[in-house]
Design a protein around this ligand. Structure first.
Ligand code: BTN
Length: 255
């Protein structure tokens, strides 16, 4: 019933009503030897996982809760590029299917009108200098109304419906993501990261603006410049030094 016109992604596609987390299912499938491009989708997750051990609220029928198994022929240091690539695919989809103006907050949150509508969780299994597999988790708030969003995050999270005023067809939206993902991924494997980097910077949030950056060591003001080919964030200190950041929190305004 999915009728995907793709070459490799979703050739094996598993659709469940309810799961704990699609991430865990794909980890199991990876260990059973399921192929590159295997996709698991759920209508509802009761233990959805976000980054940094956070919860990801995944109510029944309201969003895209999906994990993709990838077996890229790459070293582990390139895994962050796949996350950034995925963010560009999601931003492109939103831009193509609506009049919304999506932005990517480094490294990989999709924002609309400054609110998060989508997040990506990349989990990797590596063996020495090769990626064994990646479980790429995509969570997208699609048809939630304001009341469906957890109150604790309602000020900074939203859904495509809330921002666009229209109900989205979830299956069509997934098909559109998978199609664009396949093309973009193939291009990346063939030609490298440069095109992805350009697209990422096109959608990049607060690029060119002054922000406050906190790392484990200190907090300072800087202007965001863009990303490095390895996925690091580039930020320029007020006295001119350019820093590469692999892990940091970005703040602005009073937030
Ligand atoms: C984030 O913290 O921004 C990442 C959220 C990722 C959520 C998705 S939903 C599908 C997959 N299964 C999970 O349990 N998490 C990811």
């Amino acid at each position: 019933q999915w009728g995907l016109d793709t070459a490799w992604i979703g050739q094996q596609l598993y659709h469940y009503d309810q799961v704990e987390s699609t991430q865990d299912i794909v980890h199991q499938m990876a260990k059973q030897g399921k192929p590159h491009g295997t996709v698991v989708i759920a209508d509802e997750q009761v233990k959805g996982k976000g980054r940094m051990a956070r919860e990801w609220h995944s109510p029944q029928g309201k969003g895209i809760w999906m994990s993709i198994l990838l077996r890229p022929p790459l070293p582990p240091v390139q895994a962050p590029q796949i996350t950034l690539l995925t963010a560009t695919v999601l931003a492109e989809m939103v831009a193509a299917e609506s009049t919304l103006d999506p932005q990517i907050k480094w490294p990989n949150d999709i924002l609309v009108n400054h609110k998060k509508v989508s997040g990506i969780l990349t989990e990797m299994q590596a063996e020495q200098d090769r990626i064994q597999y990646i479980v790429l988790g995509i969570g997208m708030n699609v048809n939630q109304d304001a009341v469906d969003l957890p109150p604790a995050i309602a000020h900074k999270a939203s859904s495509l419906k809330e921002e666009s005023g229209m109900e989205w067809n979830i299956q069509r939206t997934i098909q559109s993501i998978l199609r664009t993902f396949e093309t973009t991924y193939d291009q990346f494997i063939d030609k490298g990261f440069e095109q992805v980097k350009a697209k990422w910077e096109h959608y990049g949030y607060r690029i060119g603006e002054r922000v406050t950056i906190s790392t484990m060591r200190d907090t300072w003001e800087a202007t965001l410049i863009g990303i490095e080919s390895d996925g690091a964030l580039r930020a320029k200190r007020d006295y001119g030094k350019v820093e590469k950041l692999y892990s940091a929190e970005i703040h602005w305004g009073e937030g």
